[in-house]
Design a protein. Structure first.
Length: 316
């Protein structure tokens, strides 16, 4: 059996090692083949003599020769936006070889997230993804972050809010506006704030289909001694009556004929008979009519149609 020779007793030409390692930039594994010495012995001598690391390393070569068109590599990486893995398959070399050639030519390498983004934005990949998703129902996670899922939030707010599934997409949650009673799709932030309110963490958090309905609602933001208190724009306080009248009139002002979506102001439920004069019939839906805020103010400016008068009919 051949006796093993210790590393410190192996004869190594230090000048040749310095030339190959520090000056030429050959890797240790390749130097070991050239000098016919083990790699561990070379590493010990490099550490012992404090040989400087090369500024630029030479690529590991197979059979001492790698014929590689560096201009083509740079063109594929920078112009065609191919990944290093794809370039490796084209030239039939390993990852380190391509990476080293790019570094030697001062090419800034893309990180993993940048490479993935470029790869997914290719036209062929978009076509593949569109074909894969075509005709498939979405299950589980919804891809649009601006959508509230019915299965996720109906159990949390359904006991106090009217909820239903959207007709077009059964995954989407719809609820009724607190002021006008219209079905709409709430935003995630609205539902999150409502859940916080029900958990006694947040304040208010009722669901409104628009900012106009929120500002017109008589119960919005009603807390004891609020800061910057402002009087509500709608005087009536019966939400069920208001919502029933809005639905009967199809959310359209009966004075100017404009729909809620066309208006920049909220709708009001106007009492034809004065509440003070007919308190028992104040909740009769036939004694009310739907008008917009602008028309409501104009109605009460007419002679004999003040808030303390007996009768006020905008249709007359």
């Amino acid at each position: 059996m051949k006796k093993r020779v210790p590393h410190n007793k192996i004869e190594i030409d230090i000048n040749e090692l310095k030339r190959l390692y520090s000056d030429e930039g050959y890797p240790v594994t390749q130097i070991s083949k050239i000098m016919n010495v083990g790699a561990d012995a070379l590493r010990n001598r490099i550490k012992e003599y404090n040989l400087l690391k090369p500024e630029k390393r030479k690529p590991r070569i197979k059979n001492n020769v790698i014929e590689l068109d560096e201009k083509e590599v740079i063109r594929l990486y920078c112009d065609k936006l191919l990944t290093i893995q794809e370039i490796c398959k084209k030239f039939n070399v390993n990852y380190g070889t391509i990476k080293l050639r790019l570094e030697q030519n001062n090419i800034k390498l893309r990180n993993a997230s940048e490479s993935k983004k470029l790869f997914m934005n290719r036209p062929e990949m978009k076509e593949v993804m569109s074909k894969a998703m075509k005709g498939k129902p979405r299950k589980g996670k919804h891809y649009n972050r601006n959508i509230v899922l019915y299965d996720s939030y109906e159990p949390r707010i359904g006991f106090i809010e009217d909820c239903r599934r959207n007709n077009e997409d059964k995954n989407i949650l719809e609820t009724k506006c607190t002021y006008c009673g219209k079905w709409f799709k709430p935003t995630p932030s609205q539902v999150y704030e409502r859940v916080r309110c029900l958990d006694k963490i947040g304040s208010d958090g009722r669901l409104y289909c628009s900012n106009e309905c929120k500002q017109a609602c008589p119960i919005f933001g009603k807390i004891l001694y609020p800061k910057g208190f402002q009087k509500e724009t709608s005087r009536e306080v019966q939400p069920e009556l208001r919502q029933m009248r809005f639905e009967i009139d199809n959310y359209t002002c009966q004075s100017c004929g404009k729909h809620q979506d066309e208006l920049l102001v909220p709708l009001h439920c106007h009492h034809i008979e004065g509440i003070r004069w007919e308190p028992l019939e104040s909740a009769d839906v036939d004694k009310c009519i739907t008008v917009c805020k602008t028309c409501h103010l104009e109605i009460h400016k007419k002679e004999g149609c003040g808030y303390h008068d007996l009768r006020c009919n905008p249709a007359s």
